[in-house]
Design a binder for this molecule. Structure first.
Ligand code: BDR
Ligand code: CA
Length: 311
């Protein structure tokens, strides 16, 4: 099974993604790390602990990470996930507690114990991953790959330019995309095509084990929230699709890009910009541009971007 560490901000779709990962024999979940994102860390951490308990995987260490983005003010999304991050479904407080290590320390330790073997799955703002990469210069070379839900080459969901996870902490996303670690980006280009549907909720409701009961309750609640907001389609299953990229890569098609994150834009902060080829081949004008380095080497692909979902 593929060794993975899941960094997450549960969050409704994070909860589904965690359950999917912990219940999939294809994955060996070595740790779960929590980050502030959809809700503050005081909510995302207990939610992560709850998911581990519900899946009877209390052998997996859970660590608390960053409670705010690297430099920006925290932004949350309770509008979409409910004040408790689980669509308003009340689950008992977790009995287990987080380990003492900080998320970034735990990530560094596990990756360095298994060089070249561990894939990091990023399902929230990339603050913890950036902190880990920054604190341990040797880390990037030891990470097998980073598979993340975030970004978009076709417009954002928080602003016209930016997807939520990158919008919340663009500097962290930029550190990750400049780390040299091979990245698989499962962004809005594909996740917006994968919605929770009524038949799928009924399938979950037919399940009897703890994870399916919890998932069914949350799914039912979030569907109602969506309807309450006047949305026609179903809630988007962003984060489970990123986990699926490791379990069943054949459901996605990918294209290689050099992805950079906008950290200076007033209106476009957090935008992911995908370069298909070096700037010099886009336009000769770049030769005199002080803004980008027109070198081919600087623009080798760093990311496999999921561009389509197979039906
Ligand atoms: C991403 O933002 C969060 O609301 C979701 O959990 C997902 O990770 C989608 O933009
Ligand atoms: Ca998330």
């Amino acid at each position: 099974a593929a060794k993975v560490i899941i960094d997450t901000d549960p969050g409704v779709d994070d909860a589904f993604a965690l359950m999917l990962a912990m219940r999939s024999p294809e994955l060996n979940v070595m740790a779960v790390t929590a980050v502030a994102g959809n809700l503050p860390l005081e909510i995302t951490l207990p939610n992560a602990l709850r998911m581990v308990e519900i899946c009877d995987r209390t052998d997996i260490p859970v660590a608390a990470g960053a409670s705010a983005p690297l430099i920006r003010q925290q932004v949350t999304a309770s509008y979409a996930h409910g004040e408790n991050g689980l669509g308003g479904v009340t689950l008992p407080p977790p009995k287990i507690t987080a380990v003492k290590e900080h998320a970034a320390e735990l990530i560094c330790r596990i990756v360095l114990e298994h060089p070249g073997e561990v894939t990091l799955i990023g399902l929230g703002p990339l603050t913890n991953l950036a902190l880990a990469l920054r604190s341990e210069p040797g880390l990037a070379k030891a990470i097998k790959s980073i598979v993340l839900m975030g970004g978009s080459l076709s417009g954002g969901n928080v602003t016209p330019a930016a997807e939520f996870n990158f919008y919340v902490d663009p500097e962290a996303a930029s550190i990750v995309f400049n780390s040299g670690v091979p990245i698989t980006m499962v962004g809005l280009d594909v996740t917006r095509k994968v919605e929770l549907t009524e038949p799928y909720i009924r399938q979950l409701e037919a399940g009897t084990n703890k994870p399916s009961r919890a998932a069914a309750g949350i799914a039912r609640a979030i569907m109602a929230t969506y309807r309450g907001h006047g949305e026609k389609g179903g809630p988007t299953l962003h984060d489970p699709l990123a986990v699926s990229a490791l379990i069943r890569p054949d459901i996605l098609t990918f294209e290689s890009y050099r992805v950079q994150i906008e950290t200076n834009g007033l209106i476009t902060a957090g935008e992911s910009v995908g370069w298909k080829r070096a700037p010099i081949r886009y336009a000769a004008a770049f030769e005199n541009s002080p803004r980008v380095t027109p070198s081919e080497e600087a623009f080798t692909a760093n990311t496999k971007v999921a561009v389509d979902v197979r039906p």
